[in-house]
Design a protein around this ligand. Sequence first.
Ligand SMILES: NC(=O)C1=CN([C@@H]2O[C@H](COP(=O)(O)OP(=O)(O)OC[C@H]3O[C@@H](n4cnc5c(N)ncnc54)[C@H](OP(=O)(O)O)[C@@H]3O)[C@@H](O)[C@H]2O)C=CC1
Ligand SMILES: O=C(O)C1=N[C@H](C(=O)O)C[C@H](O)C1
Length: 270
Amino acid sequence: MTRIAITGAAGRMGKVLIEAVTLTEGVSLGAAVVRPGSSLVGSDAGELAGVGRNGVALAGDLSEVTDDFDVLIDFTFPDLTLANLDVCRNAGRSVVIGTTGLSDSEKLQLEDKASGIPVVFAPNMSVGVNLVLQLLKTASRVLGDDSDIEIVEAHHRHKKDAPSGTALRMGEVVADTLGRDLQECAVYGREGFTGERARETIGFETIRGGDIVGEHNVMFAALGERVEISHKASSRMTFAKGAVRAALWLQGQGPGLYDMQDVLGLKDLA
Ligand SMILES: NC(=O)C1=CN([C@@H]2O[C@H](COP(=O)(O)OP(=O)(O)OC[C@H]3O[C@@H](n4cnc5c(N)ncnc54)[C@H](OP(=O)(O)O)[C@@H]3O)[C@@H](O)[C@H]2O)C=CC1
Ligand SMILES: O=C(O)C1=N[C@H](C(=O)O)C[C@H](O)C1
């Protein structure tokens, strides 16, 4: 039985992750952590997630519960994720990270901190989005240099980072396949007298509204035809199930930084 800890347990993903752990065979909830000083500390994690009492008292400090889990699942914010990674490295625990919005320097810190333990880090844990990342390689090879490539993403009104981590990863995959540097060719939103579109650019547009779970559309717009590759998540459970799958997969892995393409065995495709 793999014992899982969940940080950000009171968050949108935290609660769904507790539910996913409850529904999955071979895993159990070892610990669930909320903000230090939160009025929720000490109350029941299962009740918080609406899955019934499970006897796991919410903790306010990850370092106090490192004996209670094998793998941490962390969907929180960059600074907290990096701090939690330190705790897990010191305790020799594996980590699944779904947090997005990391700066380039925070990503480098993450790579460094992940060196001694098994870590999965992915901006999107759904099977569908990870398939789309593979489809984008094929589409880019066939259509890329003749097409204008635009990535549109839509999320709920509470999302704090933009563009989404998934949209950025999609852009990286397209840019890498076409031999472009995303740092140089990305255009984020357009406004005013922009002039004609530069052919090499990859455009990003962000929509925020209501309760949209997560939608991504990559458009390859050529003269006379247009291909669009889309993914629409309708439930956060798709991300949570992916994260639990990653946690189980990590149990057989040595130290190193992995992603969902590794977990799903998609790296050998196309
Ligand atoms: N990889 C993937 O598949 C997916 C990734 N995500 C990413 O997961 C992350 C979380 O998303 P979401 O659940 O919607 O966000 P929420 O804001 O709902 O949840 C974040 C949780 O982290 C807690 N938290 C934040 N900072 C601290 C801190 N310093 N100390 C203690 N607790 C803290 C918050 O506590 P409090 O409630 O007290 O503020 C909150 O409960 C985002 O980066 C998002 O992009 C989301 C979905 C899928
Ligand atoms: O914040 C969210 O909700 C989501 N964030 C991830 C991202 O930034 O790509 C993944 C998913 O689309 C939901």
